[in-house]
Design a protein around this ligand. Structure first.
Ligand SMILES: NC(=O)c1ccc[n+]([C@@H]2O[C@H](COP(=O)([O-])OP(=O)(O)OC[C@H]3O[C@@H](n4cnc5c(N)ncnc54)[C@H](O)[C@@H]3O)[C@@H](O)[C@H]2O)c1
Length: 452
């Protein structure tokens, strides 16, 4: 890596800028900009206000910007009272334009990184934001990207846009870094503050500034040698989960053929005090990370003439799970003498994981789609998700879980929310397909439950 810092005069200037931003961060006079106030950006913005920073959120969705300014919370992990306090104190303001960029000292980018239809990275959001920032960029600013992406995005995509658009140079005039977000929505034990945060930058001054910036709100910051390394850390973490989930999903399908209970096998294996980690099978993978992020690395690896075989295989297995659930559901209906097209099916839990309201990419919705296309009458109950759409058909959560269960020919547990009384569900249901293993230790005297 060739650093842009080339002579002692420039280095002195860079040091002055570095000292200035570090001192502004220390005395909280630094103004923080957060671009994209979604699941990542809004909790981050509120967290920064809690330690005394003025935060300006740049959010293109006018409804979201207006909601923030009215202190109306739309993200489960954000505390209502903390949001209200930040807005009422004037510490958090949302805007929909980039005019404020020159006023900001640190700019944190938290925009979506989806996939195209062909499963290739869609970096249009990052590119567009970087292009909007570049003309306003001024000396001494820190820009940090939090969106999940492939290794090379910060240095290969963002840096040239920022340098060309501003005439400034990274490491001399401004600081640029990558710091992946590790938020685990719904996790009560690990919050933004006590989740270690990796930071990476490709020049030492940017790394020093970004490390100090995140140390203000996070207990432990872990610097790595480049933005590219930090980008790979994040995608590896999600690939690790994807591969291990695929492994237990495959085991579940094998156990079914061998007439073994996969949950019994995993529970027993997990008693080993070393050398094993708990992963459980399920109806597939959902959310904004595990189904998407591995494809970012898979795509980038091709540039190096490298095939990421584990990633591909894990994706194939995980993507096949909704079909497998449909196959098991159809068998269960057959036992009752019912055709799928005549059946009424209730989905218990539709969020992509327990105790959250996010149903993006949820495997529950994929199973619903498949069964709806078979002609089944589908409904759902989820205390966190009041409505959703399946193949563009709007659906509302049943108001009364007990009645909905009693009316259904089959209940499919697709998300294991903590607040649902599964014992009561077993009592009321005609048949249950439990894809999460949540009922495996409950009494089932009439043998109504089939585990995945
Ligand atoms: N949600 C998670 O649990 C999670 C965890 C770790 C990492 N990530 C990553 O963080 C990134 C953001 O994810 P998210 O879940 O917060 O997404 P999100 O869709 O909830 O939020 C993104 C926000 O950015 C806004 N936006 C889009 N384009 C914009 C632009 N040009 N200018 C300003 N605002 C714009 C959108 O309106 C939206 O409010 C993604 O790369 C994701 O992979 C997400």
């Amino acid at each position: 890596m060739v650093l842009a810092v080339s002579n002692s005069t420039e280095k002195t200037v860079s040091n002055k800028d570095k000292e200035e931003i570090i001192s502004k961060i220390a005395d909280r006079s630094a103004i923080v900009g957060v671009v994209g106030l979604g699941y990542v950006g809004l909790p981050f913005a509120v967290e920064k206000t809690k330690v005394g920073f003025q935060v300006i959120g740049i959010e293109l969705n006018p409804k979201r910007a207006a909601a923030v300014n009215a202190a109306k919370n739309y993200i489960g992990d954000v505390d209502d009272a903390e949001l209200t306090q930040a807005v009422e104190n004037g510490q958090l303001i949302a805007v929909s334009s980039f005019d404020c960029i020159p006023d900001l000292d640190a700019i944190v980018i938290c925009v979506p990184t989806p996939l195209t239809k062909n499963l290739t990275p869609d970096l249009s959001y990052i590119k567009s934001v970087t292009e909007q920032i570049a003309p306003f960029l001024r000396r001494g600013q820190l820009i940090t990207l939090e969106s999940t992406t492939y290794p090379g995005t910060t240095d290969e995509l963002m840096r040239p846009i920022l340098e060309t658009g501003s005439g400034l140079t990274q490491g001399i005039d401004f600081f640029l870094a990558y710091s992946p977000e590790r938020v685990d929505p719904g996790n009560q034990r690990y919050t933004t503050k006590n989740t270690n945060k990796v930071v990476g930058a490709s020049d030492p001054d940017s790394l020093e500034v970004v490390t100090y910036f995140y140390q203000q709100t996070i207990d432990r910051v872990v610097p790595v040698s480049s933005a590219k390394a930090a980008e790979l850390v994040k995608v590896f973490e999600n690939i690790f989960r994807s591969v291990n989930i695929a492994l237990v999903n495959e085991l579940a399908m094998l156990c079914d053929r061998m007439d073994l209970n996969v949950w019994e096998i995993l529970d027993a294996a997990n008693t080993k005090p070393f050398g094993i980690m708990s992963f459980y099978p399920g109806p597939g993978v959902g959310g904004h990370c595990i189904p998407l992020d591995p494809h970012y690395l898979e795509w980038k690896a091709k540039e190096y003439n490298f095939n990421t075989r584990f990633i591909r295989l894990a994706g194939e297995i995980n993507r096949s799970m909704p079909e497998y659930v449909v196959h098991k559901a159809t068998k269960l209906l057959n036992y009752q003498g019912l055709a799928t097209s005549k059946a009424q099916i209730l989905f218990l839990g539709v969020a992509y994981k327990k105790d959250i309201d996010d149903w993006r990419e949820s495997p529950a919705v994929q199973v619903m789609q498949l069964l709806q296309r078979e002609g089944a009458k589908i409904g759902y109950y989820d205390p966190f998700v009041p409505f959703l759409t399946v193949d563009e058909h709007p659906l509302m959560s049943a108001k009364d879980m007990d009645t909905a269960i009693a009316q259904a020919d089959l209940v499919i547990i697709t998300t294991d929310h903590s607040q649902v009384d599964y014992g009561a569900a077993i009592g009321l249901a005609k048949a249950i397909l439990d894809t999460r293993g949540i009922t495996r230790k409950l009494a089932d005297p009439d043998r109504k439950v089939v585990l995945l």
